[in-house]
Design a protein around this ligand. Structure first.
Ligand SMILES: Nc1ncnc2c1ncn2[C@@H]1O[C@H](COP(=O)(O)OP(=O)(O)OP(=O)(O)O)[C@@H](O)[C@H]1O
Ligand SMILES: [Mg+2]
Length: 467
């Protein structure tokens, strides 16, 4: 059995020694110290599962030991020993994270019982932490930085589809990492030694779309001076990423459907089918369901492609990842540009964490790269952020005030929100329900914002539903 380690902090020698013996007899690994100073010293060098500390001690007291224990890397559990008159302090200590307290005088079996429970809690916490780490490791892909729960779900699905040949549809706003995930799937699949071919369907001239994908035979159209092998064949035994799949022409869609049904392609002008073994991953930042509804995209093809769906959340939906990505890109570009490692000031980090990142991770990456390249300072300040200030100012429709530059993003976005609410309130004569509906927020959120921005009612604010 892994012995649990306990530190006993007690300035009365007899008491400390008897506790050490009692816990040792129970099979714990125990150390005793006679002062808070010694305890804090120990905590900086060693790891304990449980700390049992007297509350009242000279100089450094039990509360300070508690604080040190809670700020140490491995948060130990803490049980306090209190005298009758200090119970209120002990209660406060529990609010600060102590597990429990025992009041003097106590019998050994009482403190042993509390200690046992505290250790059980600590062991459980350790186990959860370990399992969480295991799950994250299991679904970690090289080059994909993330620690958010939203992305963990994405990575779980990604990990599963690596082992299959299923067609995958990756959706998400521009710059959210669709291509990165497609690559991760290919390079972690049995196809990894064959080519990974990326084609942006939206970037192909219409008249060349079919020929690029499926090839053509000589003479099939003007300019087809020799046979051409299409990208599907180039990706033989590998994976083809059809980016912006929604941009494919109806004739291309028919050919894709045939491939997905029978595994065969037909080069333009050719009459013999060619069988290729290529896995399709499709990506899009548009709403394919809408394209199907409007008749721009074949329904049957949509069903064939939409077998497994991976949706990448926008960066604003997983802000926890922002600091992690910033660290990653800072290091990446400092290395690449051979610059000393830089960091952002606290204020700059605040602005970056609150910005909306319409261009998602690509935009964040570009911001960090530019700053690393241009800044001469080791700590990058808010003034050096290259986020398009003019654009935000234009959005805000107001002349941009120089003195607001320090927190331009936060101010501007908040102001936009406030103005939208005021406009809507004016438009609907203060009808809160209508305003909330128009802005797509709940009435509670609306109220919170009205309060937050201290919006004075021009009209009587009402929640008249029937109005
Ligand atoms: N989780 C991530 N960790 C590290 N880098 C990332 C992550 N997600 C995206 N990136 C980087 O951000 C950039 C944009 O990603 P990618 O090209 O995959 O996005 P996309 O969704 O395909 O965008 P678009 O719709 O514009 O084609 C790439 O340089 C990619 O390496
Ligand atoms: Mg892309």
């Amino acid at each position: 059995m892994d012995e649990n380690k306990i530190l006993i902090v007690e300035d009365q020698d007899a008491m400390r020694e008897s506790l050490v013996i009692a816990f040792r007899d129970e099979g714990y690994q125990v150390e005793g110290v006679a002062s808070g100073e010694e305890a804090i010293q120990k905590l900086s060098n060693d790891v304990y599962d449980l700390i049992i500390t007297d509350l009242k001690m000279k100089k450094v007291d039990g509360l300070e030991v508690l604080k040190a224990a809670k700020t140490a890397n491995t948060a130990s559990e803490v049980v306090l020993i209190t005298a009758y008159g200090t119970i209120s302090t002990a209660v406060q200590a529990i609010r600060d994270g102590a597990y429990d307290y025992v009041t003097k005088p106590f019998r050994h079996h009482e403190i042993l019982k509390v200690a046992k429970k505290a250790i059980e809690k600590k062991n459980l916490k350790d186990r959860v932490k370990y399992l969480e780490g295991e799950i994250r490791d299991k679904y970690r892909f090289e080059g994909v930085v993330s620690n958010s729960n939203a992305m963990l779900e994405v990575l779980k699905v990604t990990a599963h589809v690596c082992h299959t040949d299923s067609t995958v549809l990756i959706t998400g706003e521009s710059g959210t990492g669709k291509e990165l995930i497609a690559r991760a799937i290919h390079y972690n699949s049995p196809r990894k030694d064959a080519p990974f071919v990326v084609i942006n369907c939206g970037a192909l001239p219409e008249n060349l779309q079919e020929s690029e994908l499926f090839g053509h035979v000589r003479g099939s159209f003007t300019g087809a001076i020799k046979d051409k092998v299409g990208l599907f064949q180039h990706a033989q035994k590998g994976t083809i990423l059809l980016d912006e799949i929604g941009e494919t022409l109806p004739s291309t869609q028919v050919k894709l459907l045939r491939f997905l049904q029978d595994g065969e392609i037909r080069p333009v002008g050719g009459n013999k089918p060619i069988y290729v073994d290529t896995r399709i991953i499709a990506a899009t930042n548009e709403n394919l369901e809408k394209a199907v509804e409007s008749g721009r995209f074949r329904k049957d093809l949509f069903y064939r492609i939409n077998v497994i769906r991976v949706h990448l959340p926008s960066l604003r939906e997983r802000r926890e990842d922002i600091p992690l990505l910033i660290d990653y890109f800072l290091k990446k570009f400092s290395d690449k540009l051979e610059k000393a490692n830089k960091t952002f000031s606290k204020e700059a980090m605040h602005v970056l964490a609150n910005y909306d990142w319409p261009g998602n991770i690509r935009e964040l990456q570009n911001v960090v790269e530019r700053v690393v390249a241009l800044s001469k300072n080791e700590i990058i300040g808010v003034d050096e952020l290259p986020i398009p200030v003019e654009e935000l100012a234009a959005l805000n429709k107001k002349p941009f005030e120089q003195e607001k530059k320090k927190s331009f993003i936060v101010t501007t976005l908040a102001e936009q929100e406030k103005n939208a609410i005021i406009d809507a309130l004016n438009k609907y004569g203060g009808n809160q329900t209508k305003v909330a509906q128009t802005l797509g927020i709940s009435t509670t959120t609306l109220w919170r914002k009205i309060k937050k921005y201290r919006i004075k009612p021009q009209h009587e604010i009402s929640d008249d539903v029937g109005n």
